[in-house]
Design a binder for this molecule. Structure first.
Ligand code: SAM
Length: 299
């Protein structure tokens, strides 16, 4: 895929990200979730001297590399999980940076690209891994999950009230045969969920979200990552995090509070999260559930 094949991509809460990170001061920044490079381009265009961009998805990095090529050696892209941030910076002898951004979750490219297995709108292999070089696929994980554990995943990560029925139906199916495709999984979920009247969203939506978070262990180690990132901030620098899920937002809120409570060197800048404006949500529906929180290193 080339950059020109990618649907126009608009980064979420661009003005808020820039006002919080203040790249106009120059300096070195880290974009921990470079994705399609939207925020990275903004940060570089707004004055940052250099940026390290991480992503665990090699396809995303290829697209970002094309988008950011014009910035030359001001950008370094690294295939890495952001939970390895400390190692990535140590390997480059970078002890402190002028700002860190993490725009968590899945990208529009991952949801829309063919063959990734994130979407129930197409029938394709049930993969769902952001990093296809590592770890089991969704189809693999479903092969030996306990029904109760699966119900908890679907309930917690998908906020799906029919989680028990869905888990039972999935486990029954895998006892007979592997669920190989997104289409097969969606059909099982749709059959398991009682339908009454008009459905605002596809009944498979919440289960697919839950399985994606589970497959990619999206919440594991998020607190440690935030703490590591906050320690790499130079004086006056900020860590800005955008979440799209209440569980993620809760972890960010509590971790930021704990960091600031443990030392006066850090201050939480967002007692309440910043939200996208109505105009942005109308233009970019993906921004709908975004919440932005930020912490600053004072000393
Ligand atoms: C919401 S998108 C970021 C979009 C990006 N800000 C832009 O403007 O194009 C999230 C990205 O984070 C990546 N990602 C998710 N979890 C990650 C992790 N643990 N480590 C590194 N990258 C991760 C995903 O692969 C995806 O590309």
């Amino acid at each position: 895929m080339t950059a020109t094949d990618v649907p126009a991509h608009e980064p979420v809460m661009p003005a808020e990200v820039i006002s919080m990170l203040m790249p106009s001061r120059g300096g070195h920044y880290v974009d921990c979730t470079v994705g399609l490079g939207g925020h990275s381009a903004l940060i570089l265009n707004s004055g940052a001297d250099a940026l390290i961009g991480l992503d665990r998805d090699e396809d995303a990095l290829r697209i970002a590399a094309e988008r950011l090529a014009a910035f030359g050696d001001r950008v370094e892209l690294v295939h890495s999980d952001y939970r390895q941030l400390a190692t990535v910076l140590d390997d480059r002898s970078v002890s402190g940076v002028d700002g860190v951004l993490a725009d968590l979750g899945v990208s529009s490219m991952q949801l829309d690209a063919e063959g990734r297995g994130f979407s129930f709108r197409r029938d394709e292999p049930l993969d769902m891994r952001m990093d296809r070089t590592q770890g089991p696929t969704a189809a693999d994980l479903l092969m030996d999950v306990e029904e109760e554990d699966l119900a908890n995943v679907i309930f917690q990560f998908g906020e799906e009230r029919h989680s028990r029925r869905i888990a039972r139906a999935i486990v029954q199916q895998v006892s007979v045969d592997r669920i190989e495709t997104t289409g097969a999984l969606a059909a099982i979920v749709r059959r398991a969920v009682p339908t009454r009247g008009y459905q605002r969203i596809d009944p498979a939506t919440r289960t697919f979200q839950a399985l994606r978070i589970w497959v990619n262990r999206e919440l594991e180690g998020l607190d440690t990552f935030l703490t590591d990132a906050s320690r790499r901030l130079l004086t006056g620098a900020r860590l800005v995090v955008i979440t799209f899920h209440s569980l993620e937002d809760r972890i960010v809120k509590h971790t930021f509070r704990a960091i600031a409570a443990a030392s006066e060197a850090w201050q939480v800048l967002t007692r309440k999260p910043m939200l996208p404006g109505d105009e942005e949500v109308a233009r970019n529906p993906r921004a709908r559930s975004a919440k932005l929180r930020a912490i600053e290193r004072l000393a």
